[in-house]
Design a protein around this ligand. Structure first.
Ligand SMILES: N[C@@H](CCC(=O)N[C@@H](CS)C(=O)NCC(=O)O)C(=O)O
Length: 210
């Protein structure tokens, strides 16, 4: 049975699971969660995810939400894809970066995405300068942490891509448009270009087109 991925593909969190699936060459059925129609609030979608948020994965009668859990699930389906390293310490380093992404990095990026991209997309007002200031402080605190790591290893957890790069990389799919201030972080810039050159990235970007 084909896996279903429920996504609003313009969202980096939706993009994240598409990126994982394409990078791992996993066939999936694309199910659009149309935010413009509040599809995430319907009874049917709420039965899948009581948080009323995408992405959601369905594999037969198994249902999974939280984008990083979905990335791990997909990676586990294709152990030879290498995204979940066999070595325990490398694997847990990758998982550590996914937790960091979820707890710290994603909320910082989300400020820029909401203020500079989502508000324009849904025509819901101008960016809020106070919010962007909070985003700036968060990025200034967090980006050096990632940048320093990427000065030591080619990818976040190792010299080959792992689930950590899928999760962290996906957050930056619209970094330019979101105006995330990352210009001074040269290792992040180099890594982002490496991530964008991965075949799964290109294929997932093609799926983002409305
Ligand atoms: N921690 C969750 C966050 C999911 C999330 O917040 N999704 C947002 C879009 S980026 C959503 O579905 N929002 C719907 C809404 O706010 O109504 C994950 O990584 O999957």
């Amino acid at each position: 049975m084909t896996i279903k991925l429920h996504v609003f593909p313009l969202s980096p969190r939706g993009f994240k699971v598409l990126f994982a699936a394409h990078q791992l060459e996993i066939d999936y059925e694309f199910v659009l969660v149309d935010f413009s129609k509040q599809a995430q609030k319907t009874e049917a979608f709420t039965a899948l995810n009581p948080n009323q948020r995408m992405p959601v994965l369905e594999d037969g009668d198994y249902c999974l939400w939280e984008s990083n859990a979905i990335v791990q699930y997909l990676a586990a389906l294709k152990p030879h894809g290498g995204l979940m390293p066999a070595d325990l310490k490398t694997r847990m380093t990758a998982v550590k970066w996914q937790f960091w992404e979820s707890a710290h990095w994603d909320p910082a990026v989300a400020i820029y995405m909401f203020e500079n991209v989502v508000k324009k997309l849904f025509n819901i007002g101008a960016p809020d300068a106070a919010e962007l200031k909070k985003g700036e402080a968060a990025i200034a605190r967090l980006a050096p942490v990632l940048d320093t790591q990427l000065g030591k290893t080619r990818y976040a957890a190792a010299d080959t891509p792992t689930v950590a790069d899928i999760s962290l990389g996906a957050t930056l799919v619209r970094a330019g448009e979101a105006q995330i201030p990352l210009g001074e972080y040269r290792h992040i810039q180099r890594w982002r270009a490496d991530i964008a050159a991965l075949p799964g990235w290109q294929a997932a970007v093609a799926r983002m087109k409305p």
